[in-house]
Design a protein around this ligand. Structure first.
Ligand code: AKG
Ligand code: FE2
Length: 187
């Protein structure tokens, strides 16, 4: 991919740990059904979300401002592993729960000002593997798709957010739930 710095570690979380972690987060995370404004109407986001961050951080995402929850031990452990692997620091994690194939996230870039110039986004997937797509923001015919398996780590760094949008498309296939965790460093 030109104008991008993207890495995929397919087995970042070892096989035996994936299911345990997915189940713990499914049960313990403070999942919320947020609304978004679409064509002047309030509609449910097609996924559940939970946001954890260091105290004192607030974050605006898709027009919503999030108040952080204190870290669950499972999330603190993941943050430590990630910081060791990447050498980068993270102070927040947005969790998405895609309940089935109709849950999704539309085209966007993680380019909010509080993420800074060239943010490192560390994205962990648990559960159902799903397709993830990239589309160049200027050259719309430049596209890239990959499958994110359970336990994988997708790193987006450098100018990626500046030049590319990404999405998690819906599918009509009957799919099992998937949790995604995106660790970020915010101002
Ligand atoms: O679920 C995914 O893999 C993507 C999540 C994402 O792009 C985000 O939270 O910003
Ligand atoms: Fe994103």
């Amino acid at each position: 991919m030109p104008d991008a710095e993207v890495y995929l570690l397919p087995a970042f979380i070892p096989p035996g740990k994936r299911e345990v972690l997915q189940q713990a987060l499914t049960e313990k995370a403070a999942w919320r059904q947020e609304k978004i404004r679409m064509f002047g109407r309030q509609v449910d986001q097609p996924r559940l979300t939970a946001w954890y961050a260091d105290a004192g951080k607030a974050y605006t995402y898709s027009g919503l401002t999030w108040e952080p929850l204190p870290w669950l031990p499972e999330l603190s452990d993941l943050r430590k592993d990630l910081e060791k692997t990447t050498g980068a620091a993270f102070n927040s994690v947005l969790q998405n729960l895609y309940r089935h194939g109709q849950d999704s996230m539309g085209w966007h870039a993680d380019d909010e000002p509080e993420l800074g110039q060239n943010p490192i986004i560390a994205s962990i997937s648990l559960g159902q593997e799903r397709t993830f797509s990239f589309r160049h923001r200027q050259q719309k015919d430049l596209k890239h798709q990959l499958v994110l398996p359970s336990g994988s780590l997708l790193l987006m760094a450098g100018p990626t957010q500046h030049f590319w949008h990404h999405q998690l498309p819906k599918t009509t296939k009957p799919l099992q739930p998937r949790i995604n965790l995106t660790f970020r460093l915010i101002d």
